[in-house]
Ligand binder design. Structure first.
Ligand code: SF4
Length: 330
């Protein structure tokens, strides 16, 4: 049995509009290992949030799973969750096996519903006695540095940092194997960001969650918490690599541009200096032929305009989609 908790094989998920479709996740394959943190980075609109929802099989029209397989390890064997309905995955996997903290989750809490009601809804959904679950919620609130009295309060009474901690406490009440956190710190100030990350890593250390997908724009955060970095551009994976290697020497020109365009305390990045990537990501209704990054790539060759580069292993544990590392260019 492999070390993979989840296998994503050639997955395509498009937004089906009236007369066209948006290729938000387009032929993506990778594996999520047990006990690892993967940081997912890329510019806005490159498919990161769609990928988060696809991994959860939280597929709601107009989003549709067009092709590919998603396998999740459960009780020692792999179950193909991509062949199940959203409702079946919700019932058997959400909360217990996998949990999602969606973008702006803390703002999605209804201001007029007491926080303990969310815990009770979850208990109902999983047929768990409410008092037992509320007891667990109180303990979990203490773990995330929140007084359990806040369970009886309304979300509007909590600060942003407290709300986000309440969200992670509730999302992980059933100790899911995988937690997907989509930009969980972007709306927080620096103090609350640090606190949230500390709580997240403590939960992993204590085995409350085993693996984490952390979607962010913040390369410095990824460096602190992730084992691997996955770089997305225009619905594709451009590179996936152990974190130290990718920060020290990014291979794909898009990764190079992305890492060099952010202000970060990373010494390797500082040394290379700040640059920007010219242009903007393409419209995913009609993305460029060949490598989707070619109109912006300083190293684009003729083949890049015609053919799509495959994501290939170029050294142990490092995969990159780029003709600069392929024999096909010659
Ligand atoms: Fe640039 Fe070509 Fe590599 Fe794409 S395949 S990133 S266009 S060099």
């Amino acid at each position: 049995m492999s070390n993979s908790l989840m296998k994503i094989e050639k997955v395509k998920a498009y937004y089906m509009l009236k007369d066209r479709y948006v290729k938000a996740v387009d032929n993506i394959s990778f594996e999520i290992n047990e006990n690892e943190v993967i940081g997912v980075v890329g510019e806005s609109g490159c498919g990161k949030s769609t990928l988060s929802n696809v991994l959860m099989m939280n597929i709601i029209k107009p989003l549709a799973l067009i092709d590919g397989k998603i396998l999740f390890k459960t009780n020692g064997s792999y179950k193909e969750i991509s062949s199940l309905s959203r409702e079946e995955v919700r019932k058997d996997f959400w909360g217990k096996k996998m949990a999602l903290i969606p973008q702006a989750a803390m703002n999605a809490l209804m201001p007029t519903i007491k926080i303990e009601k969310y815990v009770e809804h979850l208990a109902d959904a999983h047929n768990i006695p409410k008092d037992k679950f509320l007891k667990k919620a109180k303990e979990r609130f203490e773990k995330v540095d929140l007084d359990p009295k806040w369970l009886k309060r309304f979300p509007f009474e909590l600060s942003g940092g407290m709300k986000q901690r309440a969200v992670i406490a509730i999302a992980t009440l059933l100790d899911p194997d995988l937690l997907i956190a989509d930009e969980p710190t972007s709306a927080l100030d620096v103090v609350n960001q640090k606190m949230f990350l500390k709580i997240l890593m403590e939960m992993k250390k204590q085995g409350i969650v085993k693996s984490i997908i952390f979607v962010t724009h913040d390369i410095a955060t990824i460096r602190q918490i992730a084992d691997r970095m996955l770089v997305m551009y225009a619905g594709k994976i451009m590179e996936i690599s152990p974190i130290d290697k990718i920060v020290e020497k990014p291979l794909n020109p898009y990764t190079q541009g992305l890492l060099n365009s952010v202000l970060t305390p990373e010494p390797e990045i500082k040394k290379r200096g700040i640059t920007t990537i010219p242009g903007a990501p393409p419209n995913l209704i009609d993305p460029p032929k060949g490598c989707r990054f070619h109109p912006r790539c300083p190293h684009a060759m003729d083949i890049c305009k015609e053919k799509e580069p495959e994501l290939k292993e170029v050294e142990p544990g490092r995969k990159v989609a780029c003709f600069l590392y392929s024999e096909e260019r010659s």
